[in-house]
Write a protein that binds this ligand. Sequence first.
Ligand code: AR6
Length: 175
Amino acid sequence: MSAKLTLLRGDITTDDRADAIINAANSSLMGGGGVDGAIHRAAGREILEECGRLGGCATGDAKATGAGRLAARHIVHTVGPVWRGGDHAEEDQLASAYRRSIEVAAECGARRVAFPSVSTGVYGFPVRLAAPIAVRTVLAAAAGTPIEEIRFWLFDDATYAAFADAARLPGGRPG
Ligand code: AR6
């Protein structure tokens, strides 16, 4: 059975249903701005200390920590690509970040997983290109795992609209 896709507007740190929250981190895993900053602020200092023991994370990979003060049980920190014009394997790296995030969340035993739009903020990946990759990849990766629901938290109108359109494409389903 394929996982249910839910699109939400707002701040991912307010999610009170997900078992795992995905963080759009950088390869140091030592925090930053955007959704990374918001997640670390909400989760608390202990998560940064746990991240410090993970030894960083390659682009396209993902690593788990606890979730501190968040309602979720796990944070899965993934590193999306920096957009460099589209000729540097950015699309494959973005798909890999989503796929690895699902794999690591499933290894943690998560049933409901919350994602932000990885790479489409500071990292500059065009959201109209990123959204179909995100939707397609998470649904394919979740198939055959115990993951029941994927909850995308979209922070602004343009991001929400891009994901809503992508969810209507073949392979996607509106939430
Ligand atoms: N909840 C949900 N989405 C959010 C939130 C939030 N609280 N805050 C921002 N967004 P970005 P990236 C949206 O820049 O492009 C960090 O410094 C935001 O509007 O957070 O992968 C890391 O440390 C955008 O739509 O992540 C890295 O250095 C989306 O989340 C770098 O930024 C992603 O924007 C990663 O850049």
